[in-house]
Write a protein that binds this ligand. Structure first.
Ligand code: HEC
Length: 149
């Protein structure tokens, strides 16, 4: 018996390329970055921040306590650190130290950052205005004439 084999070569499935077409969209809209100003804040940022600070004057002053504590010397100070000001327990226990990063976070959403804070203020939603305010706060001189000793 002889069998006749077809002479056609086996069809190969090679040559079809799977193209990966999935493109990842990276949405970075919620990144809290205060990248506009250089370290310490540019003069322009500080000047804009000084103007924006008007919205804080309802409760704050740079050199003395009002509804809120004085802001002189705030850079590097721990939260709740003005002697004699009646902070909330939440602020005193927050463990925060005021830097560009923590000020930015607090000003973005005070109640979320320090739940229970007495600072009943919605926060500064515009990242540019916030960065300017932080630059201004960090530019403030230490408080003069400390009361006490
Ligand atoms: C409605 C009044 C009010 C307004 C408006 C307000 N604050 Fe305050 N702020 C407070 C009070 C009260 C505290 C003390 C909070 C606590 O003890 O929980 C405080 C605390 C702070 C602290 C922490 C200070 C520290 O010594 O630890 C910072 C920083 C601050 N405010 C920045 C600002 C800035 C900047 C603005 C304007 C964008 C502003 N606040 C607007 C009332 C206010």
């Amino acid at each position: 018996m002889s069998a006749a084999f077809p002479s056609s070569p086996p069809a190969r499935a090679g040559g079809s390329l799977l193209r990966e077409g999935a493109a990842a969209l990276l949405v970075a809209g919620l990144v809290l970055a205060s990248g506009a100003a250089t370290a310490g804040g540019t003069d322009a940022a500080v000047a804009r921040g000084a103007a924006a600070y008007g919205r804080c004057l309802a409760c704050h002053a740079v050199a003395y306590d009002r509804v809120g504590p004085r802001h002189c010397g705030i850079g590097g100070r721990r939260a709740g650190g003005v002697a004699g000001f009646a902070y909330s327990d939440a602020m005193k226990a927050s463990g925060l130290v005021w830097t560009r990063e923590t000020l930015g976070r607090f000003l973005a959403d005070p109640l979320a950052t320090v739940p229970g804070t007495k600072m009943t203020y919605d926060g500064v939603k515009d990242p540019q205005v916030r960065a300017d305010l932080v630059a201004y706060l960090l530019s403030l001189e230490p408080c003069g004439r400390p009361s006490g000793h």
